[in-house]
Design a protein around this ligand. Structure first.
Ligand SMILES: Nc1ncnc2c1ncn2[C@@H]1O[C@H](COP(=O)(O)OP(=O)(O)O)[C@@H](O)[C@H]1O
Ligand SMILES: [Mg+2]
Length: 266
């Protein structure tokens, strides 16, 4: 119903990822199936170590799945050679928890970087960077260096850089986890605007229920490398099935109490 009979923008089938380490194998993903519709804001939640970041990195093939298929925008990425894959990856922007901005580059040149790498001409780069910086409200900071920016501004640089090459998908891995609640709210509002104005499909990965509850159409809950439950946010809230979901819902409801307890404990 959410896919509306459309081709999904992101489709994972049977995705597995095993890490081989000196201390043994880690099964980070154990057969993940997901279909995310075009222009959806889809949330992935789970506790630390559940496999969320691995899943994000398997979607743009920064990690190659050990098994399974990844299809984005109708193209099966797991079947592409290196050159075609580089091309296809431009359809997918990624935003990180710690912003990953380069301290030696100004705001402008951070956002220009992916376009330089893609071989755009300087004039086209200047026009596009100006456009995205205006959109995230950072034009005045264009010549500053990251050290001169707040956390929220750094994340807006990260978002502008992810948007620069006009992707159709945005992957946000804990994009607000290093930010205070007020800054988090402004970044979430920005993501909503990106979805509405540009029609991007957005995948929001987080361990914070509050983030997905205000933003997402549907969510999937991941536990120990498996999707244990998925559906519209309101439905999962009303009838949580898995232990992880019940814990998340309880934590969200009890937030006020927890804060009080902490204050008393101190
Ligand atoms: N490069 C890696 N090498 C070995 N193990 C890894 C690697 N990346 C992740 N893992 C393991 O895979 C599991 C899932 O990790 P991750 O995807 O980072 O979880 P999450 O983002 O939900 O916290 C964890 O047990 C983690 O230790
Ligand atoms: Mg992670």
């Amino acid at each position: 119903m959410y896919l509306d009979g459309r081709i999904p923008m992101i489709e994972l089938s049977g995705v597995e990822k095993r890490f081989v380490t000196p201390s043994g194998d880690v099964e980070a993903l154990r057969g993940v199936d997901l279909r995310i519709g075009s222009q959806e804001i889809f949330g992935i939640i789970g506790k630390s170590g559940a496999g969320k970041s691995t899943l994000a990195r398997c979607i743009n093939l920064l990690e190659r799945p050990t098994a399974g298929r990844v299809t984005v925008g109708g193209r099966e990425l797991t079947a592409l050679g290196p050159r075609a894959l580089r091309e296809a990856r431009r359809e997918i922007g990624m935003v990180f928890q710690h912003f990953n901005v380069l301290s030696s580059r100004t705001v402008f040149r951070n956002v220009a970087l992916p376009l330089e790498l893609a071989g755009w001409r300087p004039q086209q780069i200047a026009a596009r960077v100006t456009e995205v910086l205006a959109f995230v409200d950072l034009l005045e900071q264009r010549d500053r260096y990251p050290a001169q920016l707040s956390g929220g501004q750094k994340q807006r640089v990260g978002i502008a850089r992810a948007l620069a090459s006009r992707p159709s998908v945005l992957l946000c891995d804990e994009a607000t986890s290093a930010l205070d609640p007020q800054t988090t709210a402004s970044i979430l509002a920005l993501l909503k605007r990106i979805n509405r104005e540009f029609g991007l499909t957005i995948l929001v990965i987080t361990h914070e229920m509050g983030v997905v509850s205000s933003l997402c159409d549907r969510i999937a809950v991941i536990e120990d490398g498996l999707v244990v439950e998925q559906g519209p946010v309101a439905e999962l809230f009303a009838r949580p099935q898995s232990a992880t979901t019940r814990d998340f819902v309880a934590a969200l409801k009890g937030m006020g109490d927890v804060t009080r307890t902490l204050r008393v404990a101190r």
